[in-house]
Each structure stands twice: as C-alpha cells, then as structure tokens.
Design a protein around this ligand. Structure first.
Ligand SMILES: [Zn+2]
Length: 391
C-alpha cells in the first residue's frame, strides 16, 4: 500500500502544475449527490438549535463524528479540541488526512456547526454539509498536502472555537503548525425562490497584519478559477470578515473563503430552515469547493503509478501550450518519462504539415496564422485538439 502511494505521488509531481481542468478532479466531483446534500441538511435541521455548549450542540458533534466514521475514517484520524464557554464544555472536531508528500503542511477546510436562536440550516448547516460531502469523497484519495477538515463550535459567540484552536493547537505545536491555506465555508445556503448562481469568494484585506494579504489574494484567485473550472457558478470577489478564518488571519496565516452572494435574512432566527434556503445551490457550491480542495492539497491525478499510467490516462493529461501559439508549442503529459509518442499537425482539410516523434517542443514558426488540428498518439490511442497559430 505504502509503495503504491509513493509511486502515485511521483506520478502527480511530474504533472504540469498550471491551474487547468483536471479530469480526475472532475470525476470525483461527479460523485457529489444532491440527495446526500439534502440528507445532511435535513439531519442537521433535525438536531435543533445548537447553541454552543448545549446538549444539541454536543449531539451535533457526535453526529459529525459518526458521519466521518461511517465514511470509513478511523478514530485515530479524528480529534477534538475542547474548551469551556460560559461554564459549559464544547468541542471543535478535527478530521486529519495525512498528505503523501508534505505530511506536515496543512490545507485547513473549516466551517462552524454551532447555531444561535434557530436550527441554522443555512448558517452553517450548509457549510457543514459541503465539508461532509467532500470528506466522504476524498476519504481514499491521496493528496500531497495534509488536509484538516475542521467543524468549529463557538463561532456565534465571537469565533471562540477557531480562536481556541489557533491558541491551543496551531501555536503550541512545535514547530508551529505549517498551514498552506485556510478555506472557510460559512453560510452558503442561498435564498429559496431566488436565482442562486453566484458564490462570493473572500480574500484577506485586513491590515492587522497586512503581510498575508497578497498570498490570500493569490489563493482566492485560484479559488475563483476552481469555481469556473468545476461548477456552473459565477464568482463575486469580496473580503473576509466575521467568520472562523479571522483568528487564523490575525495569526498571519493565508486565508480564503466562500459565502453566499444572495444573502439570506434568515440566519440567527428560527426561520433559518431547510425550506428557506436553496439545497441545489449548496450542491453547486460543493462542486466548486471540491475542485478547490483538490487543487490546494494537490490530489492525485489517477491513482496509478508512473509505470502503469495507461495511454488513455496519458492523453487525458495532455497539455499543449501556449494556445494560441506563434512559434514554439510545448507538450506536457502526466508521465514525463514517456518515450514513445508522436505528435502531428494537420490543416483543416487533413493535410499533414508537421510530424514529430518523442519531442516535447514543436517548432510551428513556418505555419501561417490559422486554425489547425494537433494529434497526439500514445501507443494505439490518439487525441486531437484544436490549436490556433497567431503571428
Ligand atoms: Zn456562520
């Protein structure tokens, strides 16, 4: 098992790292189901008002833990971070998936599960459902970076759970916990009866400190690209505030987040219920989020080792760039050690203009501007893409 993991990680590390569509990520996104989302939301609703430290709050912690165990995670992968709020004990839940290449560097995916006044099906049963569905699908998916899925409590009392986690875990780990990015998902339920087709992506604009702002902007741009690659949603760029990423922000970490664009008026009231939100929006947000988490954590491309990536997988990973091109085409595929392939360019009538064997740089400077077909052949498999030559 360990051996194949190492080989698999190698397979990924050789993959061209640009942020382009990855079919293997999409295949996992296709495992998200609307009925799972609906079930998480209705079960969350049924757990009632989950005020920090209450019996319902504790029951929700247990419900979450049982969900992860049902998905196949082990007790050893689940930890709790306990603190006292108003003389009652309450617990953050942390699910850790260890990375294959950077086990000590973490992508944190978080959202609070506590609610106030109402059942909080949007705020934040929605984010909780997104996290559950992602954890279910990624259970057996190796990632280069470690992932921590964290369900925080105490958010509604002033980010108590996330602040406690930063104070008692992030900063007391020796050396200090190395965090690649914090991706917070809070209130992504949308509004019933409205067209919920846009997700707000949040970057750090806070100046205390400002040193982490540029990195947050960069990962938020990546997040927005993931939304467009893996969902039908449109993006709205905004700023981070008032949720569990802020204690991390203040600690100098790199943060990003999702928040609904059509903003519901129901949160923090007894009307924050299933019927007042849009479960289809949550489903669509989950697609975008799962694309982003796979991107941030560098999920494995196809579960195969470098020596047994079959030709069709090779072709799925084919990148031809730049496109449009003026003089030199670069070719990248999953397995950079691949020796036996051919590449040809034809015009629209099918006339062969260029043919090369086993070369990853193709000189097209002699072709005039126009549209052509590029065909890659690996063993008995072929893939043709359109290329544009522009002088
Ligand atoms: Zn919230």
């Amino acid at each position: 098992m360990k051996k194949s993991f190492i080989l698999s990680a190698l397979c990924v590390s050789l993959y061209y790292p640009a942020q382009t569509f990855v079919q293997a990520y999409q295949n996992r996104i296709n495992q998200i189901t609307q009925s799972n989302i609906n079930n998480y939301l209705t079960e969350f609703a049924y757990l009632g008002v989950k005020t920090t430290g209450s019996a319902n709050n504790n029951n929700t912690f247990t419900w979450l833990k049982n969900k992860y165990l049902t998905f196949g995670y082990t007790e050893a992968q689940i930890s709790e971070n306990v603190f006292t709020y108003n003389t009652t004990i309450t617990k953050n839940l942390i699910l850790t998936k260890t990375g294959t290449k950077y086990p000590n560097t973490f992508v944190i995916v978080c959202g609070h599960y506590d609610t106030i006044v109402g059942p909080g099906v949007n705020d934040n049963g929605s984010g909780t459902s997104v996290i559950l569905e992602m954890a279910r699908i990624l259970k057996d998916v190796p990632t280069e970076y470690s992932i921590k899925f964290i369900n925080f409590t105490g958010e509604e009392q002033g980010l108590r759970g996330s602040q406690n986690y930063v104070n008692t875990v992030v900063n007391t780990t020796n050396p200090k916990m190395d965090i690649k990015v914090i991706f917070n998902i809070d209130q992504v339920g949308g509004v019933a009866g409205e067209v919920n087709n846009t997700i707000t992506c949040e970057r750090d604009t806070n100046n205390n400190p400002a040193t982490n702002n540029a990195a947050s902007n960069a990962v938020t741009q990546e997040l927005m690209t993931c939304v467009s690659l893996y969902s039908q949603l449109q993006t709205n760029l905004s700023y981070a505030y008032g949720s569990d990423y802020m204690p991390f922000q203040a600690n100098g970490e790199v943060i990003t987040g999702f928040y609904e664009f059509n903003e519901s008026t129901k949160p923090h009231s007894s009307s924050d219920t299933y019927v007042n939100m849009d479960p289809v929006f949550v489903y669509n947000v989950t697609k975008a989020a799962l694309g982003a988490v796979q991107h941030f954590a560098t999920a494995e491309i196809n579960g195969l080792s470098i020596n047994d990536c079959p030709p069709e997988k090779m072709l799925q990973s084919l990148q031809i760039y730049p496109n449009p091109v003026s003089d030199l085409i670069n070719i990248e595929m999953l397995n950079t050690n691949l020796k036996d392939f051919s590449f040809s360019i034809t015009d629209l009538s099918g006339k062969l203009l260029i043919r090369s064997e086993n070369s990853k740089k193709i000189d097209v400077s002699k072709l005039s501007s126009g549209i052509y077909f590029a065909t890659m052949t690996v063993e008995d498999q072929k893939l043709t893409k359109k290329i544009v030559i522009s002088k």
